[in-house]
Design a protein around this ligand. Structure first.
Ligand code: PAF
Length: 284
């Protein structure tokens, strides 16, 4: 894998790729790779001629400076992993913002709820702006995102549609520990007791799925089942919501595709997870 540090180096590399009409897959990342990132890189490797993995801890999407400072930085390990998985380029710029950077992309509404209401509306503005910059720098045919960040997927898909960005968004399933905990770079910060309690999120989603399997379609009752499962772990959610996966509007009834999304702080570590439930027999 070649590590490139500047947009100019990246442009020079991609010039030949474009001349040869080879397809480009982009995996945007903030590094600290775990099996979730590996699944994204593998999906890109299988489908695209050239795989670019970006590694940039984007300061504009952090509302909390301590969270930004605590974010793990493991570039040498990440580069080795990217190499093993067959990535062609690791784009790891020092910065992506000019000192007088003044342009921000906001996806109104979609970016304000759930994570947006907990982390502030600046979070998704930061994500969208950096992702748009990466799309402009790399010009990928396809970009890969993890399903764990369901709201990020919804917001980016809307940005791409609204701004006619010529890129296909591919969503890759969440990778989990054997006991169900969704992989996250934050999991390493969970102390032993908190690691046990962190199962509350997956338990909530499983309880919601089971309620729906047993015929429940009322969103309040599905949510209640999920909430009860969390209480068994003595964890309160920051939010636990049953929403439309595209508009993120709250649902009253599960009909077709429904997203159950949860966030909770466990032992000082903020975790999120979600499940997409498709009710059988629906036409949508
Ligand atoms: O999901 C992430 O790691 C980040 O939000 C992203 C998409 C790389 C933007 O900084």
């Amino acid at each position: 894998v070649r590590t490139l540090r500047t947009p100019d180096e990246l442009r020079a590399f991609l010039h030949n790729v474009r001349e040869e009409r080879r397809t480009v897959g982009l995996v945007p990342s903030m590094g600290a790779f775990h099996a979730g990132h590996e699944a994204l890189i593998t999906a890109a490797r299988e489908a695209c001629d050239v795989v670019v993995v970006s590694l940039f801890v984007n300061p504009t999407q952090f509302d909390d400076p301590t969270d930004l400072a605590a974010y793990p930085r493991t570039e040498a390990d990440d580069a080795a992993r990217a190499q093993e998985l067959g990535a062609d380029v690791l784009f790891a710029p020092e910065t992506l913002y000019a000192d007088d950077h003044a342009t921000t992309i906001t996806v109104a509404g979609l970016g304000d709820t759930l994570e947006g209401s907990e982390r502030g509306p600046g979070h998704f503005a930061g994500v969208c702006t950096v992702v748009a910059k990466l799309f402009n720098l790399v010009g990928p045919d396809t970009a890969y995102f993890g399903a764990k960040d369901a709201q990020q997927v919804a917001v980016i898909k809307r940005m791409v549609r609204d701004l006619d960005m010529p890129v296909r968004i591919e969503v890759v399933d969440t990778v989990r520990e054997p006991d169900g905990l969704a992989l996250s770079s934050r999991n390493v910060r969970l102390a032993a007791g908190a690691r046990e309690q962190a199962l509350a999120l997956h338990a909530a989603l499983t309880a919601a799925e089971q309620a729906v399997e047993q015929g429940e379609r009322n969103a309040v009752r599905v949510r209640d089942a999920a909430l009860a499962a969390m209480r068994d772990y003595d964890v309160d959610p920051e939010y636990l919501a049953v929403v439309d996966p595209d508009s993120l509007s709250p649902l009253q009834t599960l009909n077709g595709r429904s997203l159950v999304a949860v966030a909770a702080r466990v032992g000082g570590v903020r975790l999120i997870d979600n499940t997409l439930i498709t009710t059988p027999g629906d036409s949508s």
